[in-house]
Design a protein around this ligand. Structure first.
Ligand code: SF4
Ligand code: SF4
Ligand code: SF4
Length: 347
């Protein structure tokens, strides 16, 4: 078993050493490391939701998410996941006026996401983000159990408890193996987020209804910790980061697996409770040009919008913009066509 794990780790290490397809995809300003290709690619992915036909919107969304994963893995240079984006942004802002090209390099991905969110709402979360897509795709596998669980109002469920126990067992065994060969550094701190994720799973298995809304505030704590780390120049790598970097990172790999396993149990669990970057997107979404409008006079209170929303961000047509990922699933599902998408340039 140990030999096979070694073989897998060695394979991943060699795979990630050459993962970027476009080495220095920044040809516009030669040698400046400004990610022009990334800006273009992310800008294009952000415009797709505006252009696709309503009839096949969800299919287009999943295609967009797959392209989003590919762009982050093979093209983007600076983004190091949802933690790294905050760190890079801080670092870039810090360089303005001193090393403007470096500032542009570090700010390009976060600024592109912020600007597109200010224009098109939080569609980055629902249409592009690889961490979000990974959770959504994982959730498809266990929908059979999680959908009835949600419909019943999240009571205690043995199936859900078993999934949480499985995630915890994988985490503990993996940590045991890693600790035999590796000393953990601050850089590996995403493991602590994984520990919190496991604790959250057990709270939510037993008390989802009571604690869901309160625990979502943890995102702010997560954000403050990452900002503090950025100010102190601490490099904390995030889940999924290993897929974007050119170096295999066992701690990031483990936290990615934990995000996936946790999303089997609670849909979009990382986004709901721990993603620090969501604080930034939610702020942009509140001020965005594009938003979803609800016409309460048409509503027949069937509850279908709430049933399809993985984030529990809508109830009988009322959308919580702090939580909404702008996936348009509720819009596409509503039988009474209560929702419309509006662009308000006067904001
Ligand atoms: S909340 Fe965070 S992890 Fe989730 S989709 Fe948005 S940016 Fe990605
Ligand atoms: S799906 Fe439409 S009709 Fe049904 S509760 Fe939601 S907004 Fe109202
Ligand atoms: S409220 Fe609607 S658009 Fe927002 S995340 Fe939920 S289903 Fe998607």
């Amino acid at each position: 078993m140990s030999r096979w794990l070694d073989i897998i780790e060695n394979f991943l290490a060699s795979l990630f050493s050459n993962i970027k397809l476009v080495e220095k995809g920044l040809l516009g300003l030669e040698g400046s490391y400004v990610e022009l290709l990334t800006i273009l690619a992310l800008g294009l992915l952000a415009v797709i939701p505006v252009m696709v036909p309503e009839s096949n919107r969800q299919r287009w969304r999943h295609v967009n998410q797959i392209f989003g994963i590919a762009i982050f893995i093979f093209v983007v240079f600076t983004c190091l996941g949802v933690f790294g984006m905050i760190r890079n942004f801080y670092r870039g802002l810090h360089e303005i006026g001193r090393e403007n090209i470096i500032a542009l390099y570090y700010c390009s991905v976060p600024v592109t996401i912020l600007v597109t969110s200010l224009l098109f709402g939080p569609a980055f979360c629902g249409w592009i983000c690889p961490t979000g897509a990974l959770q959504e795709f994982s959730g498809f596998i266990t929908r059979k159990w999680t959908v009835p669980w949600k419909k019943a109002g999240y009571p205690f469920s043995w199936v859900v408890l078993t999934m949480a126990l499985f995630a915890a067992a994988v985490f503990l065994l993996w940590m045991y193996r890693l600790s035999m060969t590796r000393l953990f550094f601050i850089e590996d701190s995403s493991i602590y987020w994984s520990e919190v994720l496991i604790i959250l799973l057990f709270i939510l298995v037993f008390r989802m209804k009571q604690w869901d809304a309160r625990l979502r505030r943890l995102r702010y704590l997560s954000f403050l910790i990452i900002v503090f780390g950025a100010i102190m120049s601490l490099r904390i790598t995030s889940p999924v980061h290993f897929g974007f970097a050119k170096v295999y990172d066992p701690a990031s790999f483990l936290s990615t697996v934990m995000v996936v396993l946790a999303a089997f149990t609670i849909p979009m669990v990382w986004c709901r409770y721990l993603c620090p970057w969501r604080c930034v997107i939610a702020w942009a979404a509140k001020h965005s040009v594009r938003s979803i409008h609800f016409d309460s006079s048409k509503c027949i209170t069937c509850g279908k919008c709430g049933e399809v929303c993985d984030l529990d961000a809508v109830k009988n047509g009322i959308i919580d913009t702090n939580e909404c990922h702008m996936c348009y699933k509720c819009v596409d599902t509503c039988p009474a066509k209560c929702f419309s998408i509006k662009d308000n340039w006067k904001k």
